[in-house]
Design a protein around this ligand. Structure first.
Ligand code: GLN
Length: 302
């Protein structure tokens, strides 16, 4: 009689269990969740469907596509790069390895800026180191009468940001400029506020970052030996590009609040507000002149 051969039927539940274990062995941080997200990308379905149809077998084509994604994730490629997109506030941004992946804590910087600007009729702002454009484009979505100039040293990043501006319908009020900080701006440019989430990791600490973060562009992370290079450069020139009584708004790294706030004070910004992130870490600095409209508005978010 013929021999019987056991054929493994890879159902949704079975492949998820297998992948969870595989990712865990490879040190992937959220093994089960990531397995589910990747499988949803292949099956083009919401996560709930995995649970509703957990006994559904996968076709050989589906298995092949899924396996390719699993290999990438096991190699610590961030999920956002594998999917090519990342949610930020209510918006979905295209991301590639040319841009930093937008972080949830950066949403706070945008939300606070919306509060600070909501009573202003005419807002123009400069976003330095725009990357994917998450900050400037979200701000334009939430402050529909504002206009933005977004600079980046990376031409590749600007291509991604521009695509996001188009996809999210704000290209008419968003201008990308390939520039090292202020260099390519017209010397007469004046903005209501300047916002930046510059590279702020100390150069020597880049190698200590999680594997996933190491896959992000180092030029978006490396803030020089003390991590403060970009704050020093931006703050020293900011006054020139700000309207009288303009505002400076930064994301900062852990333990940088005092140093950055001192730089702002030395540059003549007398009203400083420091805000924390979800983890209680000082994450944003806002700086304006005491008694100015922004200075007064800052008192409302303290
Ligand atoms: N928030 C990023 C991180 O901790 C750093 C981003 C930056 O340098 N601006 O990995």
């Amino acid at each position: 009689m013929g021999t019987t051969q056991e054929i493994t039927v890879w159902t949704i539940v079975k492949i998820l269990d297998w992948t969870r274990q595989y990712f865990a062995d490879k040190g992937v941080e959220n093994p089960r969740l990531d397995a589910e997200i990747l499988l949803c990308a292949v099956l083009n379905c919401p996560r709930i469907d995995l649970y509703v149809h957990f006994d559904r077998p996968l076709s050989p084509e589906e298995l092949k596509s899924y396996k390719a994604l699993v290999v990438r994730r096991a190699n610590h490629e961030p999920i956002a790069y594998i999917l090519g997109e990342k949610a930020f506030l209510d918006f979905t941004f295209k991301v590639t390895p040319a841009v930093l992946i937008p972080r949830p804590e950066t949403e706070l910087l945008v939300e606070r800026l919306v509060l600070l600007n909501k009573k202003r009729p005419k807002v123009s702002f400069l976003d330095i180191g725009t990357g994917s454009g998450a900050i400037s484009i979200s701000l334009l979505k939430l402050l529909p009468t504002a206009v933005a100039v977004a600079v980046d040293l990376s031409q590749e990043a600007l291509v991604v940001a521009e695509e996001n501006a188009i996809n999210l319908g704000v290209k008419a009020s968003w201008q990308g400029v390939h520039s090292n900080l202020f260099q390519q701006l017209a010397p007469t440019s004046k903005f209501s506020f300047i916002v930046s989430n510059p590279p702020y990791i100390k150069h020597n600490e880049i190698a200590l970052l999680a594997n996933d973060v190491q896959k992000e562009p180092h030029m978006a992370l490396d803030g020089g030996s003390g991590g403060l290079d970009f704050y020093e450069k931006i703050i020293s020139e900011a006054q020139h590009y700000l309207e009288e009584d303009g505002l400076l708004a930064f994301e900062i790294g852990i333990y940088q609040a005092e140093a950055v706030s001192d730089l702002c004070k030395q540059a003549g910004f007398s009203k400083i507000v420091i805000c924390k992130d979800y983890a209680g870490i000082e994450r944003n600095i806002f700086a304006a002149k005491e008694g100015s409209d922004y200075g007064n508005a800052l008192m409302e978010i303290e």
